[in-house]
Design a protein around this ligand. Structure first.
Ligand code: FMN
Length: 264
C-alpha cells in the first residue's frame, strides 16, 4: 500500500490539480500535509493550514471533492487542542488523521556568538523537533484523537518510534497504523525487522490474534484528576480499615509521610 503525502498553497485549483495528477499515478491513499513547520508557512502552506481549523476543513473538502481514494490529514502538534483541526479535517471528508509532525523548537543559544541555534549564515528560525523526546507528547495527542474523534476515523501514530515497544504503545493508545521518520534516518531500514518481530512476539505472548485487537486497548484507563483523587482516597481508606486519615498521618514521621507521597 502506498500513501502519497501532498502539500500545496492555499488555492483550490492547485490542490485539485495536484490531487488528480498524484491519483493518476495509482497511489492507494492521500495524506494531506497540514503540519510541516518548514514549508513556506508564510504562504499558508503546511502547519500554517493545520493551525487554522477553518482552512483545514476547506482544503480537505477541495481534495475529497476530486479524490477517489481515502484521504488522511496530518496534524501539527503546535496547537492547543489537536482535536479541533482534526475534527475540521473530518468535516472536510478525511477518513484518517495522522499525528504528530514535529514540535517547533529552538535548540539553544551559542554563548560565544549569542546566536540562537541552529544557524544558517548566522541566522535562524524555530525548527521541528522530533525523535524520542517527542514521544510522550505524541502519545498524549494520539490518545486524545482516539478518544475524541468519531469511531470510524482511523488514527496513524507518529513521533519517536524506534522499537516495537514504542509502536505497540501507539497501538494501545488508539493508532491503527504507525509511521517512522527520524528513527529510520538514524538507524536505517533494518530497524523494521525488530519492529515486526517484537510486535509479533508481543501479540503471541499476550494471546492476541491481530494488531486490530490491541488498538485502543489502554484508552479505558484514562480518567480525570478528580476521579484519580477519589480512587486514591478510597484505596487508602480501605487499606487503613476506615481509619481517619488525619490520625493516620499524625502517627507517622516525616520519612514515612514523604515516602508515601512519592510512591505509587
Ligand atoms: C528531516 C525531517 C523531514 C521531514 N519531512 C516531512 C515531510 O516532508 N512531510 C511530513 O508530513 N512530515 C515530515 N517530517 C515529520 C515526520 O514525518 C514526523 O511526523 C516527525 O518527525 C515525528 O516523527 P519521528 O520522531 O519518527 O521523526 C519530517 C521530519 C524530519 C525530522
Amino acid at each position: 500500500m502506498l500513501v502519497a503525502s501532498i502539500m500545496e498553497e492555499y488555492e483550490k485549483s492547485r490542490w485539485q490539480e495536484l490531487t488528480r495528477v498524484v491519483q493518476d499515478t495509482g497511489v492507494d491513499a492521500f495524506e494531506l500535509n497540514f503540519s510541516c513547520p518548514h514549508g513556506m508557512t508564510e504562504r499558508k502552506m503546511g502547519s500554517e493550514m493545520g493551525e487554522h481549523p477553518d482552512l483545514t476543513e476547506e482544503v480537505t473538502s477541495w481534495v475529497t471533492e476530486v479524490a477517489k481514494i481515502p484521504v488522511w490529514a496530518k496534524m501539527t502538534p503546535n496547537i492547543t487542542n489537536i482535536k479541533e483541526p482534526a475534527l475540521a479535517a473530518v468535516r472536510g471528508g478525511a477518513v484518517g488523521i495522522s499525528a504528530i509532525n514535529t514540535i517547533l523548537s529552538v535548540i539553544g543559544v551559542d554563548l560565544n556568538t549569542l546566536r540562537p541555534m541552529p544557524t544558517v549564515e548566522g541566522h535562524t528560525v524555530p525548527g521541528g523537533y522530533s525523535s524520542q523526546a517527542v514521544k510522550p507528547i505524541a502519545l498524549r495527542m494520539v490518545s486524545q484523537l482516539a478518544l475524541g474523534l468519531p469511531k470510524d476515523v482511523s488514527v496513524s501514530g507518529i513521533g519517536g518510534i524506534e522499537t516495537s515497544h514504542d509502536a505497540i504503545e501507539f497501538f494501545l493508545l488508539g493508532a491503527s497504523t504507525v509511521q517512522l521518520c527520524t528513527g529510520v534516518m538514524l538507524h536505517g531500514v533494518k530497524m523494521i525487522d525488530e519492529l515486526q518481530d517484537g510486535l509479533a512476539k508481543f501479540l503471541t505472548d499476550k494471546g492476541f490474534d491481530s494488531v486490530q485487537e490491541i488498538v485502543g486497548k489502554s484508552l479505558t484507563y484514562f480518567s480525570t484528576h478528580m476521579d484519580l483523587v477519589q480512587k486514591m482516597k478510597a484505596a487508602k481508606r480501605s487499606k487503613a480499615g476506615e481509619a481517619s486519615r488525619d490520625n493516620e498521618w499524625a502517627q507517622k514521621d516525616i520519612t514515612e509521610k514523604t515516602a508515601e507521597l512519592t510512591s505509587n
